[in-house]
Design a protein around this ligand. Sequence first.
Ligand SMILES: [Zn+2]
Length: 105
Amino acid sequence: MNRSDLNNLRHSLEQLRAELDADLSAISPAMISGNLARDAADELVYQIQRDLQRVDAALERIDTGLYGYCVGCGEEIEMNQLRADPSTSFCLSCNSRVNRRASCK
Ligand SMILES: [Zn+2]
């Protein structure tokens, strides 16, 4: 991965982080005004916080130079996959293994 690819992905991650932050701060007002049910709000907060964690972890991996490598097997993650989801931390084969395991629960 070259430096400009990395900068673009970092930029996408920072943008994503800002959007998630904005979503998070829009939830309380929506709940207070009655536009969002309590259960739905809880679910949304959970999802957004989980996404934020993924984004933060990816930004941290950029800083430590580990970004773009699968945390499962250490192989380089495909550029197409990173462009589609910059916060991804698994290569395609590890990702499908993780998803399979999750769906077996
Ligand atoms: Zn892998």
